[in-house]
Design a protein around this ligand. Sequence first.
Ligand code: GLU
Length: 477
Amino acid sequence: MTVVNRFAPSPTGMLHVGGARTALFNWLFSRHHGGTFLLRIEDTDRARSTPEAVRVIIEGLRWLGIDWDGEPIFQSTRFARHAEAARALLAEGKAYLCFCTPAELAEMREAARREGRPLRYDGRWRDRDPGEAPPGVQPAIRLKAPTEGETVIDDLVQGEVRIDNRQLDDMVLLRADGTPTYMHSVVVDDHDMAITHVIRGDDHLTNAFRQVQLFNAFGWPLPRFAHIPLIHGADGAKLSKRHGAVSVLDFRAQGYLPEALCNYLLRLGWAHGDDEIISREQAVAWFDLAAVGRSAARFDYAKLTNLNAHYLREAADERLLPMVVERIEATLGRGLAEGDVARLRRGLAGLKLRARTVVELAENALLYVRPRPLPIDDKAARLLAGAEAWATLAAFAEALAGAEDWSEPGLEALARAFAEARGLKLAAVAQPLRAALTGATVSPGIFEVMVVLGRDETVGRIRDRLPEEAGARGGSD
Ligand code: GLU
């Protein structure tokens, strides 16, 4: 069988991680089987669907690297077809006209509420002659659903699930105002798009029973269903903003890489042995529905962050550079000069080994592009206080001005020789040096910093820290 499947978001808000995981599983399933993967925007709820939500969903999918075949299909453009299908079912006697007035429905709802049971339409127009219709009432079309037996679904994740048909009422397919219901549109679209596999959140499992009844009424073959468990927060409650970011684009804003989020979402509720780091190619090769767990997955931000640190280390500097530049420019409120960008480019290889997110990366990189004189923290300032530190630094600046080998090993050798000649430990040079060059007491390796800064900036930053006379005296002490 050739696989055809779809991701079918309702554009009523952001693309949250649950939706992203559904999209990812669908995408992997399709690519694994060499199938066709469609994007269907379920904008049937005209009041709640917005073009902005469509844009955000598409941007989120693109960012995650989830592509689809052909153009997105907007469900609302297919209303006429949905209405026609409902009328066809009516003509076959598999559906019927229901002339219930809003008041009657309200009464039924009220009775159900009083008796503490869910609302079930009582089927009062199921076998009634439409000739008895009250004047002026527009009818809805309802499915003549089976009243006995069971509806059974052989779900690829949940296994066999069943419902007693008496629990389901005759659902509306076409409302009195002529608009199709969501449940009906989904079935007609899944059929018309020749969908073979419906993979979605298990909050749709109850819908699936109704949809199966409708497929059966039409006499259409059923797709295979796979209802995947929802994502919960660490506390077991349904994942919400209270737990942290939930929108895919918020994860981007917080400095996560798409491959890290995809890898994390894949591992959430799906396993391939003990593998934690799974590349996109491996995921396509390995993905199957059989290994999707049945219980709700818990979202662990710390695990995601660890994975992100891994993917940051793996990422090409040229790819990270624009992300870092963009964030630093936003922080500083101005554009960066070419020299600054060149320095960032040199610094990335070292910086990315120590950051867990792009946000941290940009924060740490700021050190390379801050204008002189650098702000300095208290601890660093203490290391720089006093004539001894000044004398050492002034002499070292002088030595650097003449250094021939401006590489990490070259600079380290120079610093060691310099310290030795003065009877000092390397730390006695390196510590004030770090304070002067970075304004802090923790930083990347100091020789790495010097290579990234270049000679002029290095010597300039040191001299910024020296009082006039010490700076002017240069190498003498
Ligand atoms: N539109 C539904 C949603 O966003 C998905 C329906 C489906 O996949 O069948 O939850």
